[in-house]
Ligand binder design. Structure first.
Ligand code: GLC
Length: 547
């Protein structure tokens, strides 16, 4: 398999708003990241992915951009960004940015012009349709609830918004739209950034006609045309990495989007493993217990399906998912550390590029202290409450609050826990941060974790170091052992005559699994001693054979 730096890299995701506040306004900023570069280096990450840092009215925390080439004033200035890029590169750390081009903000100058009339330079920059007998063009729903169409009286037409009505969808059929986007991308790449994470990129293509039963616009064939065009016009001229966020995508299709010879993207974020505990009707607002065999089967399908043909991204967490240790592990005092390490190892020893979401390396948990609706900030959560409690009256306020406590994206967005000072050291003043700090910061914080050689942080640091030393971790193939096992996850990797075996106890009980590990040595584990076939709660062991 061809080697590439982005296959060997470990990516650290920084949600700037919640990472580190340097000027005491309760909001994280770019200077805060500069001050913490040493931490990211110490962890051993190679790339930082920054969630959107651009000018934005902020209805969806920056995923509604009003100027792609300006920094949000909450976060600092372009000079701050330039300094971050320079200092990161100096430390050997690359930076990739979020590319949000399925939609803009309705306050973007393109939309301000577009909504004015049907015949100006920007009229076709968005998806405008006539109504259907005085009603919306079709029954599509916004992903954040309600109709996906909004009427605009100045044009006597509706515009499409897959997300909130302040996030109108761009019209990729227009050559001018594509060229404007490509030009903006070149502008950032010429500045020296190292790639893009592309937001909901498999939704950029829209049908030509919108009737009542037109299916939702995901993975239309034109997505690949646009990506190839983008690759030709922009991506292939730079030594960068690209990862596309792609809901509802199967390995077969991923082989095309992220195929080694496809000339589209380097890898994609798939969602199949994030949906297994979801409810059919209430999605993440009603989580069900996870069946391990299902999770193994899905993730192994991605491992085996892409091997040698395309490249996987590996993630449990990001800014849209509740914290994994609370979700798939155990956030009790007794098992939090062990299960956080086990989850980390099961993920990072698979084939692909691992992504660590800020705080995951500390075993940060969901925030059980979100009491009232007013504690939540996320538009998706607030809209869902409105829909299920106030509009449909299908759930009681208590039921919905409980659902939000477990499933809300805000669980990932509480401030990074740096130390045991007030506000977890997130901000320099005693102002209230923009979102509540998780009250468990006295027990779980970076300062404490760095000092402790047995912490979750130290475990992640060691994984990152081992990844550099053993190419098998990056390039080895993957084979699942005993797929039906509901308690243990065991897999093997093979590369140039070596074998790596990972054995994980997914439960909080002791179990026993006979595995031939005789002439192998233990590379990493979350317990001090090796008791062979006997596996303690959440125990994980990684063996490498000796030759
Ligand atoms: C992606 C982002 C999410 C955002 C949405 C709309 O899914 O990760 O945070 O709300 O796109 O841009």
């Amino acid at each position: 398999m061809t080697k590439a730096w982005w296959k060997e890299a470990v990516v650290y995701q920084v949600y700037t708003r919640s990472f580190q506040d340097s000027d005491g306004d309760g909001i994280g900023d770019i200077r805060g990241i500069i001050n913490r570069l040493g931490y990211i280096k110490e962890l051993g990450a190679d790339v930082i992915w920054l969630n959107p840092i651009f000018k934005s009215p902020n209805v969806d925390n920056g995923y509604d951009i009003s100027d792609y080439q300006a920094i949000h004033s909450d976060f600092g200035t372009m000079a701050d960004f330039d300094e971050l890029l320079r200092r990161a590169h100096h430390e050997g750390i690359k930076i990739i940015l979020d590319l949000v081009v399925n939609h803009t903000s309705d306050e973007h100058p393109w939309f301000i012009e577009s909504r004015k009339s049907r015949n100006n330079e920007f009229s076709d920059y968005y998806i405008w349709q006539n109504g259907d007998n005085g009603d919306a063009p079709n029954d599509w729903e916004s992903r954040f609830m309600g109709s996906a169409w909004k009427y605009e009286s100045s044009r006597e037409q509706y515009y499409l918004h897959i997300y909130t009505d302040k996030q109108p969808d761009l019209n990729w059929r227009s050559k001018f739209v594509r060229e404007s986007i490509f030009e903006m991308m070149r502008w950032w790449l010429d500045k020296g950034i190292d790639g893009f994470r592309m937001d909901v990129i498999n939704m950029i293509a829209k049908p030509e006609k919108f009737s009542q039963n037109t299916p939702r616009p995901i993975n239309l064939p034109e997505v690949q045309e646009y990506l190839k065009e983008m690759n030709n016009a922009v991506l292939q001229h730079y030594d960068i990495m690209t990862v596309g966020e792609m809901m509802d995508t199967e390995p077969e299709l991923a082989k095309e989007y992220a195929g080694f010879d496809s000339n589209e993207l380097n890898m994609i974020f798939q969602f199949q493993h994030m949906r297994l505990d979801h409810d059919d009707k209430y999605a993440q607002w009603r989580l069900h217990p996870l069946k391990l065999s299902k999770l193994k089967s899905i993730m192994s399908r991605w491992q085996e399906g892409l091997d040698g043909k395309a490249w996987n991204s590996l993630y449990w967490n990001n800014h849209d998912q509740p914290r994994v240790v609370s979700r798939f592990g155990s956030d009790t005092e007794k098992f939090r550390e062990r299960s956080a390490k086990m989850l980390g190892a099961v993920l990072h020893y698979q084939q692909g590029t691992p992504y660590i979401y800020q705080g995951e390396e500390l075993g940060m948990t969901n925030n059980s202290n979100f009491y009232r609706l007013g504690d939540f900030r996320d538009i998706q959560s607030l809209n869902a409450y409105h829909e299920w409690v106030e509009k449909n009256r299908e759930l009681t306020p208590e039921q919905m609050l409980e659902a939000l406590r477990r499933g809300s994206r805000d669980n990932a967005r509480t401030p990074m826990q740096w130390d045991n000072r007030p506000n977890a050291g997130f901000t320099t003043s005693d102002i209230k941060p923009w979102i509540m700090v998780n009250p468990n910061y006295q027990a779980i914080n970076a300062e404490k974790e760095i000092r402790d050689g047995n912490s979750v942080f130290s475990f992640y640091k060691q994984m990152n170091r081992l990844r550099r030393l053993y190419p098998i971790i990056v390039y080895g193939d993957y084979q699942l052992i005993s797929p039906e096992d509901e308690e243990a996850w065991i897999y093997q990797r093979r590369f140039e005559g070596q074998t790596l075996t990972l054995i994980a106890n997914w439960t909080d009980r002791e179990i026993s699994r006979e595995i031939a590990a005789r002439d192998e040595r233990l590379l990493q584990s979350n317990y001090m001693d090796d008791r062979g076939a006997y596996l303690r709660a959440y125990e994980v062991k990684v063996y490498l054979n000796k030759n």
